[in-house]
Design a protein around this ligand. Structure first.
Ligand code: G6D
Length: 347
């Protein structure tokens, strides 16, 4: 295993460094000390050709604002909190609003825009980068001093493990994820509509017209959101469905069925790349890049709708009226501990 560090830029006078982790087969990731951003996940296809399977900006400076949160660590919470209001211990928190009238993805300066302390380690079996950060009490309106420890690990079996741990000196809210957008064709050669998806989920979190969870859970058997039998992402994405119209595609949270089996499988027939996802999170947000930004990609084009699929394993976003706040609640002194594993093979 090998870890190399490169100076790749400077944001607000602070050095942006890229940590490049590789196993003996050339599989690996590149990740920044800024926002825990994963810029590259390098995976072989059926012919052994190694290409990047996540969306990547061409200019490192595009990651400073990172309007689509490419590859970013999201926190303290993920998704939308209606009006930024949530109640803890009978106190109504007024969190910073950065998504119109709501809070989204941890606020205006969430973890995706923080410089994180980094340690790395490598041995014959694995290599990891670990991000440590102390989120001070009151940051983006959240109570308590939160100690964050996030680790990205690669293995000799072409696995990428994302593990998240956090403790706080007060009752607070934590719901962390990574916002990488996957496209297994490699270097964004084509969009994701011909990718096949399997998802072990029978229920969807209903969204209102502002894409905020209402608290209702929808049975999805036989609907465009049912991926319990593998189908292409493009098969039903344009169907006449109220929830699809709200998201202008997939931009929703699926409740995952329990157990330790594979929760999700994404594969691309032409390249032969396959990605199995395992997680102890209870839900996953899938977002089919319905609102692309204007930043130039590594492949020298602007992103288009459906260019990639963001896979955000997490608890359900808190939504409105504290509807899912209990799933993000972290009791003082207890440990938040979640892990998601992406295992890459070929079909
Ligand atoms: C849009 O609604 C979507 C979110 O789900 C996504 O995380 C963000 O773009 C990057 O706001």
């Amino acid at each position: 295993m090998e870890i190399l560090k490169f100076l790749v830029g400077e944001f607000n006078g602070k050095k942006v460094e890229s940590y490049n982790l590789r196993n003996s087969k050339g599989f690996g990731i590149n990740a920044l000390n800024y926002g825990g951003i994963i810029t590259d996940v390098l995976v072989p296809d059926k012919d052994g050709v190694i290409e990047n399977v996540v969306m990547k900006y061409k200019d490192i400076n595009s990651y400073k604002e990172n309007p689509s949160y490419y590859g970013a660590l999201i926190g303290r919470t993920s998704g939308r909190i209606a009006e930024g209001k949530v109640t803890i211990n009978d106190n109504v928190l007024e969190l910073n609003k950065n998504y119109g009238v709501n809070q989204g993805h941890g606020g205006a300066i969430g973890f995706s825009k923080k410089f994180l302390d980094v340690i790395t380690n490598a041995n014959e079996e694995e290599a990891y980068i670990e991000f440590n950060y102390l989120s001070p009490c009151g940051e983006e309106g959240y109570p308590g001093n939160l100690n964050l420890k996030v680790r990205y690990t690669i293995t000799e079996n072409n696995e990428l493990k994302l593990s998240y741990k956090a403790t706080c000196d007060e009752n607070t809210l934590v719901n962390l994820t990574n916002h990488s957008y996957f496209n297994l064709s490699g270097n964004c050669k084509e969009n994701i509509l011909s990718h096949y998806l399997y998802l072990d989920s029978d229920f969807l979190v209903e969204l209102n017209e502002n894409e905020v969870p209402t608290g209702e859970i929808i049975e999805i058997e036989g609907t465009p959101f049912d991926f319990t039998n593998p189908k292409t992402i493009g098969r039903d994405i344009e169907e006449d469905d109220y929830q699809l119209k709200i998201g202008q595609g997939y931009d929703h949270c699926w409740i995952l069925n329990g157990g330790n089996d594979v929760k999700m499988r994404l594969y691309h027939k032409e390249s032969g790349r396959k990605m199995d996802v395992y997680t102890n999170q209870n839900s996953v947000v899938l977002y089919s890049l319905n609102f692309p930004d204007e930043e130039i990609l590594e492949c020298n084009k602007k992103p288009s709708r459906r260019d990639a699929l963001a896979i955000e394993t997490q608890s359900p976003p808190i939504g409105r009226d504290n509807i899912f706040a209990k799933y993000s609640f972290l009791k003082k002194g207890e440990e938040y501990n979640k892990e998601t594993i992406y295992k890459f093979t070929t079909i």
